[in-house]
Design a protein around this ligand. Structure first.
Ligand code: SF4
Length: 231
């Protein structure tokens, strides 16, 4: 695994668990609003110091009674061919594993889905190639995303789907996403937060929809999923 970041404690990234976070390097998307440029942009990846797996496993060896879980995020973790081995090692130490993914690699997800305790997948736009590509700035086959969603819905032990209400997203877009993923277990809408963005610096001054802007569709959102929330 090529690891570009390691956070020793999080109280919020794995629901109800104390966890650490492993950030893998490299992503096949270039989301305009991405705030992880040291993990995504090759120029920044080069300058970012890599973290050795040994450092993480030594840490985990000493924290067995203090943390419950490891969150593997990115970048995009499924780009790494040794992801399964990495997860297996963590599971063999007795930790829970949460995996964050953009859903572009259902084949890789299938290989690890039985091992992972919680999967979080981004649904960045309605599932049509044109709208999705506008956000991710790469050509995309949304059939792959649909396959990942089906796989997660049918096989994941626990999971959430989540959408960031990025500045160009409309209420209609949200309603279309809901149609695409209706019947899923947990769905979160995330308010857009301006940070050190990846490519489009203009996003730093933009605002997305807030909870109060979508009050009228919240009942529908609650009906469509076993659990729905805005964060
Ligand atoms: S926000 Fe987009 S570009 Fe950034 S890590 Fe996630 S999928 Fe990759």
């Amino acid at each position: 695994m090529i690891i570009g970041g390691f956070q020793k404690l999080t109280l919020i990234d794995y629901p109800g668990k104390l966890a650490c976070i492993v950030f893998t390097s490299g992503c096949n998307f270039r989301c305009k609003y991405c705030y992880n440029k040291v993990l995504v942009d090759p120029k920044w990846i080069k300058e970012n110091e890599q973290i050795q797996e040994k450092e993480i496993f030594d840490f985990l060896e000493n924290r067995k009674d203090k943390i419950d879980a490891v969150v593997i995020t990115g970048g995009e973790p499924t780009l790494h061919s040794d992801l399964k081995d990495f997860i297996l090692k963590i599971k063999n130490m007795g930790y829970l594993v949460k995996l964050d993914s953009n859903g572009t690699n259902p084949e890789a997800l299938e290989k690890v889905i039985d091992l992972v305790d919680y999967i979080a997948m981004d649904v960045k736009a309605p599932l049509n190639n044109q709208q999705y590509s506008q956000i991710t700035q790469v050509d995309i086959d949304t059939d792959k995303l649909k396959k990942s969603i089906q796989l997660i819905q049918n096989k994941a032990k626990d999971y959430e789907l989540r959408t960031t209400m990025e500045p160009n997203m409309t209420k209609e877009d949200i309603l279309n996403i809901v149609k695409d993923i209706k019947g899923s277990k947990k769905y979160y809408l995330q308010e857009f937060k301006t940070t050190n963005t990846l490519i489009d610096e203009r996003y730093e001054n933009k605002k997305g929809l807030l909870k109060e802007d979508i009050e009228d569709i919240i009942p529908l959102l609650k009906e469509s999923f076993s659990f729905f929330d805005i964060r």
